[in-house]
Design a binder for this molecule. Structure first.
Ligand code: CMC
Length: 435
């Protein structure tokens, strides 16, 4: 980034001026460095929700919300979706370059050979209630990886950080599938090394020891594509959580567990589950779509159209465009059930009503990645409470690549935001019998 320009801030109260560096990134808006503002003027800045704040510098993912652009390491998402594979994208995000053929083979083999969990970890699952949400199990079990790999890991050693990344990418599908199997009272299924990454996940989710099971290549391909689209997304809530937790030099498995917790909320990765629940409610209610759009516009009602709107995209989310196409194709190829077709029809009709509605037009509210992904997952036979787990599985590479980048960033410091305090001060303690 270049720093030839400056921005001058004048304090109207004192007339004092401070010149702040203005950075020009390779793409995206220029960034004012306010690091010395407090030292010079004695003021903090106030920006709830980080509406105008870059929390770090990064060379991993670029988003242009107005144009609907998403690039990983400079490569457009549609090219990667069409020509790459999830594990190749993992290599790209982690190492900042596309692998040569033999490098990719080695990476795939490394990931394949790390998919097993320590047998003691498997007993960890039985501590959860049978009806636990698989995301709750994921938060716990991924955090528990820290207990297994803490002692022989030096987070300042690049090789150790890479091994950590490989372990995470490899073990997430195993943990995800086991979370589902446990919650459904089914026996755990161990990975099979001859299967591809996504075939293996489907195999661990759906096979039974008593029967033969061959993962459907069509589903494995669709899942691989969806995983590419979810692999990273710049400094979103869960990634920022991983960076903040990791900024204290915390164990990276524990930092990733905190990212899973942040992802779970319906405003973030939990939206894919919420979208399908909403579409089912709409179909069952028998009410016109406009009634739901009207509720979403009513400020006294907390209902929002799930899968609509995005902090950054003020245009069609490029991931939603691609997922919409996959959704159509998959439902056709698989001869989807009437119920699945009906959900897709409701989704498309709702999108049409909302995109023509003044409220949504004015606020640039378009479908986001979660609007169609849930319908695909349903068509794959994946239960609703696993949707966000699959998002977490795919986003793991983004979280660990961003953590790795932070560990090598000479400007990175422990994250420690300040506040605009508006509580009481200087009160005198009142003894309990005098209150
Ligand atoms: N339905 C109805 N109104 C909405 C919606 C929606 N889905 N999204 C935003 N708005 C309105 C909001 O009420 C506000 O109106 P006003 O200006 O009159 O106060 C305006 O649009 C701006 O919204 P905001 O809440 O200030 O925007 P934000 O950037 O803070 O929130 C969001 C972004 C994604 C949390 C929000 O759009 C939302 O809650 N969407 C539904 C949940 C969802 O689909 N989340 C998935 C996000 S994409 C994948 C991911 O990040 O994991």
């Amino acid at each position: 980034m270049s720093t030839e320009e400056t921005v001058t801030i004048i304090d109207d109260a004192t007339g004092k001026e401070v010149k702040l560096p203005l950075y020009t990134p390779t793409a995206g808006p220029k960034v004012i460095d306010i690091g010395k503002l407090y030292k010079e003027l004695g003021y903090f800045t106030y920006d709830p929700g980080f509406m105008s704040t870059a929390s770090c510098s990064s060379a991993i993912t670029f988003l242009d919300g107005d144009e609907g652009v998403l690039q990983y390491r400079g490569y457009p998402i549609d090219q990667l979706a069409e020509q790459s594979s999830y594990l190749e994208v993992c290599f790209l995000l982690l190492t900042n370059r596309l692998p040569k053929k033999e490098e990719l083979e080695e990476f795939v083999s490394t990931v394949t050979n790390h998919t097993m969990l320590h047998e003691a970890m498997i007993r960890f699952f039985s501590g959860f209630r049978r009806d636990a949400h698989p995301m709750a199990i994921m938060v716990g079990v991924v955090g528990a990886l820290a207990a297994f790999y803490h002692d022989h890991m030096d987070i300042h050693n690049e090789e150790h950080r890479m091994i950590t990344a490989h372990r995470l990418v490899a073990k997430m599908p195993t943990i995800a599938a086991m979370s589902y199997r446990y919650a459904n009272g089914k026996p755990f299924v161990y990975p099979k090394n001859h299967l591809s990454y996504t075939e293996n996940f489907l195999y661990m989710m759906f096979s039974m020891p008593s029967e033969d099971y061959t993962p459907d290549p069509l589903l494995a391909k669709a899942l691989d594509l969806i995983m590419i689209l979810h692999a990273d997304h710049e400094q979103n809530a869960s990634t920022s959580t991983v960076r903040l937790a990791g900024s204290s030099d915390a164990n990276p498995f524990a930092a990733v567990a905190s990212g899973i917790a942040a992802l779970w909320g319906p405003a973030h990765g939990g939206a894919n589950e919420a979208v399908v629940r909403m579409l089912i409610d709409i179909n069952e209610s028998g009410k016109p779509l406009q009634a739901f759009v009207d509720r979403a516009k009513d400020k006294s009602d907390s209902f929002r159209l799930m899968g609509f709107g995005h902090r950054v995209y003020k245009n069609y989310d490029p991931r939603a465009k691609l997922i919409r196409e996959i959704c159509h194709q998959l439902l056709n190829d698989m001869e989807a059930t009437g119920e699945q077709q009906k959900l897709l029809e409701t989704a498309m009709a709702l999108e049409k009503v909302a995109l023509e509605d003044e409220y949504f037009v004015q606020r640039n509210l378009y479908p986001n990645v979660d609007f169609y992904s849930g319908i695909i997952f349903l068509a794959m036979g994946i239960p609703m409470n696993m949707f966000t787990v699959i998002f977490a599985m795919a986003r793991t590479i983004g979280w660990i690549s961003q953590w790795n980048e932070m560990m090598t960033d000479s400007e990175a410091k422990i994250g420690r935001p300040r506040q605009l305090y508006n509580g009481a001060i200087d009160l005198d303690y009142v003894p309990i019998d005098k209150r």
